[in-house]
Design a protein around this ligand. Structure first.
Ligand SMILES: Cc1cc2nc3c(=O)[nH]c(=O)nc-3n(C[C@H](O)[C@H](O)[C@H](O)COP(=O)(O)OP(=O)(O)OC[C@H]3O[C@@H](n4cnc5c(N)ncnc54)[C@H](O)[C@@H]3O)c2cc1C
Length: 247
């Protein structure tokens, strides 16, 4: 009889785990509290340690529609003119590229691999509207908010950064600790930027370079291309939360 697995959470972590377990011949059920798994987000970095694992799982990296970042250029932003303080032009290589991908594409690609019936192993079964309310580590079960109890040989909690699993298993609360850091992300289509005299250079000069402008206090702005050349990403990270309340 095949071993069974329950994965709590259909995020990036849960879906990647589902792929690995279906390939190891587990019968996988993913429990997701949301009614559907329509993702949102902007750019997300998938560094070489991530792409290496994805390739090991058999992922065709082209499905991520990402941009291969070949260098990280850091500029000192509080001097005039801005001083380049580091510029790595190291090609990380195609075996494990550093990719910038759109979070929605990443999630979609993982979901396809977890559930595609044509791939090896049994496709994972996704159950939405299934909020896990409690875990019982001695009986190997979870209880849903609806009262339904489900058993499996292994249970993986992949329920994100506000995970409740820890408290049920270990018996101690570990609430999320606010860091006081904030970041703001947004994307601008490169077609819009190419129509603007000054912004045009950013798109043309940084197709495969991640650029970071950092001031003395450690605040920084970063920008890099994402989703082939269709969208351009600007990322602002404010390391001091003077103006924005911590989430
Ligand atoms: C909305 C959003 C947008 C983001 N955008 C970006 C971005 O643009 N760039 C970037 O670099 N990073 C971004 N991040 C951060 C990055 O994507 C996360 O670090 C990463 O997704 C974490 O993956 P995860 O699988 O651990 O958790 P999550 O993606 O949070 O997935 C956890 C899943 O578990 C489900 N869940 C939680 N509790 C239960 C329960 N009790 N029962 C059943 N299901 C449950 C949740 O609904 C969720 O689907 C974003 C995160 C979020 C949540």
């Amino acid at each position: 009889m095949p071993l069974t697995a329950i994965i709590v959470g259909a995020g990036i972590g849960g879906l990647a785990t589902a792929i690995a377990l279906r390939q190891a011949d587990f019968e996988v059920t993913i429990l997701e509290k949301r009614p559907t798994i329509e993702e949102v987000g902007y750019a997300i970095d998938v560094p070489p340690n991530g792409t290496r694992i994805l390739k090991h799982l058999g992922m065709d990296l082209r499905k991520l529609r990402g941009c291969h970042q070949k260098s990280l250029d850091v500029f000192k932003a509080d001097v005039e003119p801005m001083k380049e303080i580091r510029s790595e032009s190291r090609d990380i290589g195609d075996d494990a590229p550093f990719l910038s991908v759109h979070r929605v594409d990443y999630h979609e690609a993982l979901k396809d691999m977890a559930m595609d019936p044509s791939l090896s192993g049994k496709p994972a079964h996704l159950r939405c509207n299934s909020r896990v309310a409690s875990y019982d580590s001695s009986s190997g079960s979870v209880s849903l908010a609806s009262g339904e109890e489900l058993h499996a040989d292994i249970i993986v909690a992949a329920d994100g950064n506000s995970s409740k699993a820890h408290t049920w298993i270990v018996g101690e609360e570990h609430p999320v600790r606010l860091t006081g850091l904030n970041n703001v992300r947004f994307t601008i289509p490169s077609s819009v930027m190419l129509g603007h005299d000054k912004l045009k250079q950013l798109v043309e000069n940084t197709k495969d370079r991640m650029c970071v402008y950092i001031d003395e206090a450690g605040n920084f702005i970063a920008h890099y291309a994402c989703r082939e050349t269709l969208a351009f990403i600007m990322k602002i990270l404010q390391t001091k939360s003077q103006y924005l309340p911590a989430r």
